[in-house]
Ligand binder design. Structure first.
Ligand code: SF4
Ligand code: SF4
Length: 166
């Protein structure tokens, strides 16, 4: 994996926040306090690149943290939460990029139906487009998009309200 691409993508979102104030105050930072079975998906090599061994453990490609980390070096998935990039390849080869609320946010994040900062959404989109410049990141994102689409379909079968996409 190309470290420079991931650093560049992260540079767009490292200082971004979904709201104008610290949204963690709304929920006591609950997305950072999961159990030892829930975590965030990392890109291959991201664990070593950000020295994340200091704040958690890697299980396959899922990082389970201890609930604290160096904000500058947090995983990309944490930087863009509660959004999730949904990529789709059109028949003509073009790539469509949508941002969707992460379905896992539904049960824990009070922002699920809130108005997010437009700058946050814009920066997340820019960072995803940077990742898409690289074939390896693009493949990872396409793969994780399929998993998220399955989860969205399942939510729909359960008649849960649709989450926003941008
Ligand atoms: S759960 Fe949502 S509101 Fe709470 S800290 Fe995480 S992103 Fe912010
Ligand atoms: S790695 Fe950091 S930002 Fe991500 S969930 Fe853990 S404490 Fe929160």
């Amino acid at each position: 994996m190309n470290d420079k691409i991931l650093y560049r993508a992260k540079s767009y979102v490292v200082n971004e926040t979904p709201l104008y104030h610290d949204c963690g105050r709304l929920c006591d930072h609950c997305c950072c306090h999961g159990d030892d079975k829930t975590g965030m998906e990392l890109f291959p090599g991201e664990f070593e690149m950000e020295n994340l061994q200091q704040c958690g453990a890697l299980h396959g490609n899922i990082f389970v943290c201890h609930g604290q980390c160096d904000r500058k070096h947090r995983p990309y998935a944490c930087m863009i939460f509660p959004l999730f990039p949904l990529l789709a390849k059109e028949d003509d080869g073009r790539l469509n990029v949508h941002l969707h609320f992460d379905v896992r946010a539904r049960s824990l994040c009070p922002l699920t139906f809130a108005q997010l900062r437009p700058d946050f959404i814009r920066s997340v989109r820019r960072s995803v487009l940077v990742l898409c410049e690289d074939e390896d990141y693009r493949s990872c994102l396409l793969e994780s998009s399929e998993k998220m689409r399955d989860a969205i379909r399942l939510n729909s079968m359960l008649n849960l309200p649709d989450l926003c996409s941008f």
